[in-house]
Design a binder for this molecule. Sequence first.
Ligand SMILES: Cc1cc2nc3c(=O)[nH]c(=O)nc-3n(C[C@H](O)[C@H](O)[C@H](O)COP(=O)(O)OP(=O)(O)OC[C@H]3O[C@@H](n4cnc5c(N)ncnc54)[C@H](O)[C@@H]3O)c2cc1C
Length: 247
Amino acid sequence: MKYDVIIVGGGIIGCSVAYYLSKRNQKVLLLEKRDHAQGSAGATDGVVSYHTKKPGAQMDLAVQSLKLYGTLEKELGESIEFVPDCGGMQLAENKEQWDMLSKIADKQRESGVDIRMISIDEAREIEPHLAPDLYGVLYAPCGGKVEPIKLTMAFLHAAKRQGVEVKNHLGVTKIKKDGAGKVIGVVTEDGSFYEAPKVVISSGSWSAEVGKMAGRKKCRAFIWLQAMKETELLWRRLPESCFPKKL
Ligand SMILES: Cc1cc2nc3c(=O)[nH]c(=O)nc-3n(C[C@H](O)[C@H](O)[C@H](O)COP(=O)(O)OP(=O)(O)OC[C@H]3O[C@@H](n4cnc5c(N)ncnc54)[C@H](O)[C@@H]3O)c2cc1C
């Protein structure tokens, strides 16, 4: 079978790309080596905000996508549990972090977004569970939450309704090229060959690995786990007794 595009990885990126490509009448095959939303799409906090974004293209994209979430539920025809305007915060534990965040906020405001530095007392009026000994907070009143697994599945279902073919538990093992170096399709772990002139790599943390299947010697993938864990610890402020004495 020949497709216009083959997508490798069925997380939030793969499912949404499948949806938007099929909306443009592309014949799409989506291949997922496990089940959908079993990668980071199923582990995320579901924050959709712009308070963590770099000014410029990243910020513009975040602002646009926040607007999009307002209409997405209706468009996809399923609940994605989008809660708008719960706001977003980045926490400063000390003056050094406060100064760093203040500089970031100054830059972010150049994109025309409402982002401010507020005292910990003001922040605790908005979120009473914050630890009182924090130094201060970078605060964006706009910013929402979404249920990431429902969002992934809503994109998947809508993509399927638009004709996207989906195969689960079928990992890609090779991206094939012709003699001139042009992509011609992919080989899956059962040895099958699927033909397409375009392949989208949306394999999350495995993207570097999948990129190498196309013969790229160096591929980079960014892993945010460490930073996310630190944020979680700050936010929840678990008592010392929760931690084992020895790690
Ligand atoms: C703890 C945590 C919290 C986060 N919180 C937020 C947040 O609040 N807001 C936010 O915007 N982002 C957040 N993120 C980041 C966000 O989750 C990711 O950017 C997003 O989920 C990436 O989606 P993805 O589709 O690229 O990857 P994934 O969801 O990982 O999907 C990749 C898929 O590719 C499949 N795959 C891999 N190799 C192959 C192969 N060879 N063949 C076929 N399929 C393959 C995998 O099985 C997987 O299902 C968070 C991430 C983590 C880990």
